[in-house]
Design a protein around this ligand. Sequence first.
Ligand code: SDX
Length: 432
Amino acid sequence: MGQEQTAKVILDGNTFELPIIIGSEGERGIDISKLRSLTNYVTLDHGFGNTSNCESAITFLDGEAGILRYRGYPIEQLAEYSSFVETAYLLIYGKLPTSEELREFSGLFNEHSMIHEDMKRLFNGFPVAAHPMAVLASMICSLSAYYPDIDMTNPSKKDFDRIAVQLMSKVRTMVAFAYKKSIGEPFVYPREDLEYVPNLLNMLFSSPTKPYKIYDEVVQAMKVLFILHADHEQNCSTSTVRLVGSSRVNLFASISSGICALWGPLHGGANEAVIDMLEAIQKDGGDVDKYINMAKDKSTSYRLMGVGHRVYKSYDPRAKIIKQCAHELLNKLGVDDPLLEIAIRLEEKVLKDPYFVERNLYPNVDFYSGLIYKAIGIPKDMFTVMFAIGRMPGWIAHWKEMIEVPGGAKIGRPRQIYVGENKRDYVTINKR
Ligand code: SDX
């Protein structure tokens, strides 16, 4: 992108000039690629809160203004008018598909919805109580053993399209099979006559003795959730996919590492942790003040799950849509979930409490999403694998962008500041 005046760094009496990079939305960065060779200094930035690891054209977000756009399109419009498969195409290929392109792309989902029959045996290797994220990370990585991968350095479009759709289509089947395994029901196979979300719902909830009635409002709610989770620039799991992928390992293994990163309760695992928190408050008589005070008490590490964000210092634009979606779905389904009332009371207090206001802590994407999954009948330990389904196109898009860097993306290899022992000689055990 644009480059203009430089940044001057004065070190040990010397002045060094570093280029300034300006993004298409006016974001400014200091390019420190040559800092060490020029100055023999490195930078230190715990959690990379001030450090960009790449230039990307996929997603733009403005944490102060609460803006989120996929390839320039506001998520509010995509959530209202697009489909998850169309949004996935947009993220991966950079443009909205023509009707012919969408038909061809959607058609591949049926071709690649099944998993190799031998992979079914892998599910039997897990204990019934295995967390679905452990199962999913393993199954996604095992795709590299069952399906030929692509030449990482220069994949053909046809090959890349295949593995991208294999991941997006098979992830549904794997999640559904993991759920069926956990409840001791037979696997339900994908159907060619069902679109993306209805197919997933059918595999999750229908059984040989009981067909599942697919309600439009449930499909719509899931579509909105998947679109809103589809990408979020350099979050922990996406940066992980890029870093692992930069070693030129295959896409399946790179995505599997992203699933592991997403699992953490500070990241995608928060949607499950929010329900745990709301259930604890409910069990405690609905005393939200007690939990707010716990979160403010620095002598504990307790935090309100679903609140706060590294980038958003205003209300997460996704949370606004999801909150509305939760209200509408629970009303349409006639679900009276006491946790929703607790969540609303908790949010109201957080938005007024100086501790949270001063730190720009607002509800994030995970605060209300679990209430929707719960109303649909998805068990709590499946919430984060649902997040993984939604995030799949974003991970794929970033991996593609990374391997397409002209001349090949550099392998990710951060530096460190060593703070350990200085040189010391070995002492034999009898002298210690
Ligand atoms: C996701 O990055 C992404 O884009 C992620 C994501 C995506 O789409 O990929 O948006 C999805 O991961 C959303 C976040 C889900 N996680 C949670 O809801 C977990 C609860 N939230 C936090 O733990 C926290 O807010 C983080 C991890 C989300 C962000 O942490 P930061 O940016 O590292 O902030 P911090 O830890 O430096 O906190 C700054 C201050 C601290 O207090 P002080 O030291 O200033 O006194 O805010 C406090 C923190 O103690 N704080 C909280 C809090 N979050 C931050 N205090 C109470 N409750 C919280 N939830």
